[in-house]
Design a protein around this ligand. Structure first.
Ligand code: ADP
Length: 410
């Protein structure tokens, strides 16, 4: 079990990797290969150093070869056999996976079938798994699913009011995403409040964004749906819309459903209204009086407030903490201030301005309470760490399978 573990996050044109020493969870190196298939760029950080190179990398298999030759040439590993396990971030586990799993032929088959729910992500993730298997034949690999955390959601919350056969025959339902982030935040809350039955509304607000309702220590509802397109307004995704828009705009613009979905995923949300999707740029534009940037912020924050209100009612007002996390939630004190002010009266929570202003990545603290002592509920900022959860789940899944084998042998 002691040794080096690789965490792989394989995107459609990128491969991110991190090398850890376990069980200490020491990060040895972190790297990324971008623009696979074009003029690819490679960078790796270790020992406070950063190395950048340009390669022509055709596919994920080649990217894996480059990763290993760089790990070897920089003496981060002395032999490939030093790797004791690999963890993969996988978008969609459907209804099959509610926890991480050791990858075998059946799991690969399931992930291949689930490509129908993750057409943008699964092909690259499968290429990552298969490429690693070719290199590290007998090394255990673990799939950690973004959807698994949400499998506790009850059916009244995960079903859509569409013909029931769509669910029974085609598994049309809400799955939810950002599961590893929620798992991390929930663990922090359990440690902080020293209890398991946490009630919380967790706002994971990054470029991709979602909100989850945690009841009695498990997920009760979440804003994303069958795919990450549903829910609150995001950087480039529309969030919840009237589905009739799709047919209408197909006809008006004479474009396909796929083209409309591309626009809903990549050209909508904050970008659709303000013309830019980076929240720092939008806040700057709004501060300089740009009307559409102001409108985009208003719409974005209104959609967030609607979900918080909905979940607050679902929790019957019993809330341990409202949490902000991810890029915008962790870093934008102005965003947090506006949200807390919008929900302040009905929820009886008040902002501690000093704490809110000091909790930002460029300021002294990174996490803490931003509500006043007189507030009815705590409001917290907690930086998320999805990679830590993938690493922990990978290590524990491999450990459990080894212990099971030992018991079987006895
Ligand atoms: P994702 O993982 O979905 O790509 P992140 O969690 O990395 O998203 O969040 C990215 C978002 O966070 C961007 O919109 C970025 O502008 C925003 N962000 C990062 N730092 C700040 C900041 N200091 N102020 C406001 N927004 C920020």
């Amino acid at each position: 079990m002691l040794g080096k573990y690789l965490i792989i996050n394989s995107g459609s044109s990128s491969l991110k990797f991190s090398l850890y020493e376990m069980p200490e969870t020491n990060l040895i190196a972190k790297g990324i290969i971008e623009r696979i298939g074009q003029d690819s760029e490679y960078s790796i950080n270790f020992d406070g150093k950063k190395i950048k190179k340009r390669f022509g990398i055709k596919n994920h298999n080649q990217a894996i070869n480059v990763m290993f030759s760089e790990l070897l040439s920089n003496e981060l590993i002395s032999r490939i056999e030093e790797i004791k396990g690999v963890g993969h971030r996988i978008l969609h586990g459907g209804e099959i996976y509610s926890s991480p799993v050791l990858i075998d032929e059946n799991v690969i088959k399931d992930i291949t079938e689930l490509t129908k729910f993750g057409p943008l992500h699964h092909p690259a993730e499968l290429a990552g798994i298969i490429g690693m298997k070719e290199k590290l034949l007998n090394v255990p690999q673990v799939a950690v699913f973004d959807t698994a955390f949400h499998q506790s959601i009850p059916e009244e919350n995960y079903l859509y009011a569409v013909p029931y056969s769509w669910y029974k025959d085609y598994k049309v339902r809400k799955y939810g995403f950002h599961g590893t982030s929620y798992e991390y935040i929930l663990q922090m809350l359990k440690d902080y409040y020293v209890k398991d039955n946490i009630n919380s509304i967790i706002c994971h607000i990054g470029s991709g964004a979602s909100i989850s309702c945690i009841k009695d220590g498990q997920c009760y509802d979440t804003s994303m749906g069958l795919t990450p397109l549903d829910g609150i307004i995001m950087g480039t995704r529309s969030g919840r819309i009237d589905p009739s828009i799709i047919e209408y705009i197909c006809k008006e613009l004479e474009i396909s459903v796929e083209e409309v979905l591309y626009a809903l995923n990549r050209k909508s949300g904050l970008y659709g209204i303000a013309g830019v999707n980076d929240f720092r740029d939008i806040e700057n534009l709004a501060n300089n009086g740009n009307k559409n940037a102001k409108l985009a912020i208003k719409m974005f924050e209104d959609s967030i407030v609607s979900y918080i209100a909905n979940y607050y009612f679902k929790l019957n007002g019993k809330l341990d903490a409202l949490v902000f996390t991810a890029g915008i939630g962790e870093n934008s004190s102005t965003f947090r201030k506006r949200i807390v002010e919008a929900i302040s009266k009905p929820m009886n929570i008040y902002l501690n301005e000093e704490n809110n202003n000091s909790i930002a990545s460029f300021k002294k603290e990174k996490s803490g309470i931003i509500s006043t002592l007189g507030s009815k509920h705590d409001v917290l900022v907690i930086p998320t760490d999805e990679e830590y959860i993938i690493l922990k789940n990978t290590y524990e899944t491999i450990k459990k399978s080894k212990e099971k084998k030992l018991i079987l042998k006895k």
